[in-house]
Design a protein around this ligand. Structure first.
Ligand SMILES: C[S@@+](CC[C@H](N)C(=O)[O-])C[C@H]1O[C@@H](n2cnc3c(N)ncnc32)[C@H](O)[C@@H]1O
Length: 200
């Protein structure tokens, strides 16, 4: 990823014209990957959708019956786009939209799930400890059964957070090849479960 992907100004400029785009994979394909985790959840589970950009993953969650979804992005235009996508699909806006930096969240520990698709990758373009800060912030927002699902292009995205998260690669998603001889390249769907009683 280009270094600018951690900068809010990059996303602001981009979302001035972009109204719908999916990073890494489509939201419907990601929902298939999320399905084993989502089927265990009550429909009133509190879900954090981190760095939604102009993805319609939130609409996929609402379509599955999840309404307690808080979409968090530091770029207000992303949230405007998200609300428009929700309105276009359902005729109203019932999910929450919050302008905040995912490396500095201050939310109550009441959330069952945090989901990000490509956001940790964007954050990783910033300072060396940015993903660590994001992970600490998410750790504080999750309830006792909570977990974080992250889709990343990196096979080593969360090596630095193992002292306070159990990190598992729940699945690897092969990316499309242009030629049969192209190398196998995967996306990594991480399942991160908070360790308890850890000191940062
Ligand atoms: C790579 S895009 C992914 C967008 C969307 N999740 C998708 O799959 O298409 C990264 C998104 O994260 C947001 N973002 C990046 N760093 C952030 C931060 N520190 N706090 C909040 N949002 C951030 C950007 O504004 C952008 O919407």
């Amino acid at each position: 990823m280009a270094a600018d992907f951690e900068k809010q100004s990059y996303w602001h400029h981009r979302f001035e014209t972009e109204t719908a785009f999916e990073w890494l994979t489509s939201s419907s394909a990601f929902m298939d990957v999320l399905a084993p985790q989502l089927t265990k959840l009550p429909s009133d589970a509190r879900i954090l959708h981190l760095g939604p950009g102009t993805s319609d993953l939130h609409n996929q969650l609402r379509q599955r019956g999840f309404l307690n979804v808080t979409n968090i992005d530091y770029e207000p235009l992303a949230l405007e786009r998200g609300q428009q996508l929700e309105r276009d699909r359902f005729g109203d806006v019932r999910m929450e939209y919050l302008v905040a930096d995912v490396t500095q969240l201050e939310l109550k520990p009441v959330h069952r799930v945090a989901i990000d698709k490509g956001t940790a990758d964007a954050v990783a373009c910033g300072p060396a400890d940015a993903v660590l800060s994001m992970a600490k912030a998410i750790h504080c927002c999750l309830d006792s059964d909570g977990f974080w699902v992250s889709l990343s292009y990196s096979a080593s995205r969360f090596e630095g957070v193992r002292s306070f998260f159990e990190v598992e690669v729940a699945s690897r998603i092969p990316t499309p090849k242009l030629k049969p001889t192209d190398p196998d390249i995967y996306l990594y769907c991480y399942l991160l479960r908070p360790k308890r009683d850890v000191a940062y």
